[in-house]
Design a protein around this ligand. Structure first.
Ligand code: SAM
Ligand code: DTB
Ligand code: SF4
Length: 366
């Protein structure tokens, strides 16, 4: 039985990533079978509970207010709307709902209280609840845990070095600190990244070093292929080749044997054969539903057909960790502290982000 290693080096990871493909696939599939049932895939549904208008400058993101994209922004959804969507997701075979908000960080107040109520409501539907709300403090993470949150998603996105070329409004250390805050609770950590943003293979390996040396390693690692959205600084990035996705998934599986590796954004561009190779290489989770947060995703029925063709079964909820208990707001042990945490704001200049902002200003004037 291999042991989980928290001391992977970039050189070792690069060596794995660059192996002849058949060797890489065989090694990854062998690790996968030791730790997981290869015919079970976890299915998560994404729900954008607050869309667009985000103050950050993430170069890949269509929800950043400073870029001129086509998406329709929305205020925070109501608890009832979220419940209806969660029920739909459950009936179509999802065991988890991941609620995303276009926020830089969580702010104490009525909107966060409403999100806590959404967490309670979905947990009571016996589904795993995940949130991705930006940076969180320890107290906020504890309040989410108490409401019944199962997972918190906060991606490292890329290597520490390349992160500076992607985002200037917050630092890598803020990302790591948020993950540490989540780790102070029983909520599981979901953290991964994006390939296809112009990063090098070394950056991909660097991100896997950062994730695999976390102790414990994240319980789930989403691997996204960039969805290049018009108006964002990355609109002209070339699509990721399926071989790169397969290599990234396989390498992630080898260095993080126990984690659920999620085939995330970019599936609309992948053939069934390509996705099948990713599952063989160790991917055992997907985002399902016609939409990711703002961009398209394969149709649920098509995904279920693919599962049938490949003999895959959706994973039941709470397999690895038991269902958290929900504490009602009136019985809460924690208070809203009204914190004003000082997350960093490096504010260095990223040329392509600045150009996209300028272009957006011109487009708005027209
Ligand atoms: N605002 C919160 C945050 O940034 O932490 C949560 C939502 S944010 C949209 C969640 C993640 O989605 C990002 O960290 C990024 O990895 C992924 N993402 C966003 N836009 C993407 C795109 N165009 N292509 C692929 N992944 C993307
Ligand atoms: C993750 O790693 N990928 C998801 C989820 N976590 C929140 C988001 C993908 C977003 C793709 C672009 C969009 O639809 O806006
Ligand atoms: Fe905002 Fe998150 Fe998009 Fe960055 S990734 S612009 S923080 S919604």
């Amino acid at each position: 039985m291999s042991v989980i290693r928290n001391n992977w080096t970039k050189e070792e990871i690069l060596e794995i990533y660059n192996k002849p493909l058949m060797e890489l696939l065989y090694e990854a599939a062998t690790v996968h079978r030791k730790f997981h049932d290869p015919n079970t895939v976890q299915v998560s549904t994404l729900l954008s509970i607050k869309t667009g208008g985000c103050p950050e400058d993430c170069g890949y993101c269509p929800q950043a207010a400073r870029y001129h994209t086509d998406i329709e922004g929305n205020d925070l959804m109501s608890v009832q709307q979220v419940k209806a969507q969660a029920l739909r997701a459950k009936s179509s075979g999802s065991s988890r709902v991941c609620m995303g908000a276009a926020w830089r960080n969580v702010k104490d107040g009525p909107e966060f209280d409403q999100v806590l109520e959404m967490v309670r409501t979905i947990n009571k539907l016996d589904m795993e609840v995940c949130c991705t709300l930006g940076m969180v403090t320890e107290n906020q993470a504890k309040r989410l845990a108490e409401a019944g949150l199962y997972a918190y998603n906060h991606n490292l996105d890329t290597s520490e070095e390349y992160y500076k070329e992607v985002i200037s409004t917050r630092g890598y250390e803020d990302r790591l600190e948020t993950i540490e805050n989540v780790r102070k609770t029983n909520v599981t950590v979901c953290s991964g990244g994006i390939i296809g943003m112009g990063e090098s293979t070394e950056d991909r390996a660097g991100m896997l070093v950062a994730l695999s040396t976390l102790s414990p390693q994240p319980e789930s690692v989403p691997i996204n292929a960039l969805v290049a959205v018009e108006g964002t600084p990355m609109e002209d990035e070339k699509p990721v080749e399926i071989w790169e996705m397969i290599r990234m998934v396989a390498t992630t599986r080898i260095v993080m044997p126990e984690t659920q590796v999620r085939l995330s954004a970019g599936r609309t561009e992948m053939s069934r054969e390509g996705q099948a190779m990713c599952f063989f290489a160790g991917a055992n989770s997907i985002f399902a539903g016609d939409k990711l947060l703002t961009t398209p995703n394969p149709d649920v029925n098509e995904d279920m057909e693919m599962f049938k063709t490949l003999g895959l079964n959706p994973q039941k909820p709470f397999i690895k960790i038991s269902q958290p208990k929900t504490v009602e707001a009136k019985d809460s042990e924690y208070q809203s502290l009204g914190e004003k945490p000082r997350w960093t704001r490096p504010d260095h200049t990223i040329e392509r982000n600045e150009l996209a902002k300028e272009k957006s200003k011109l487009a708005t004037k027209e």
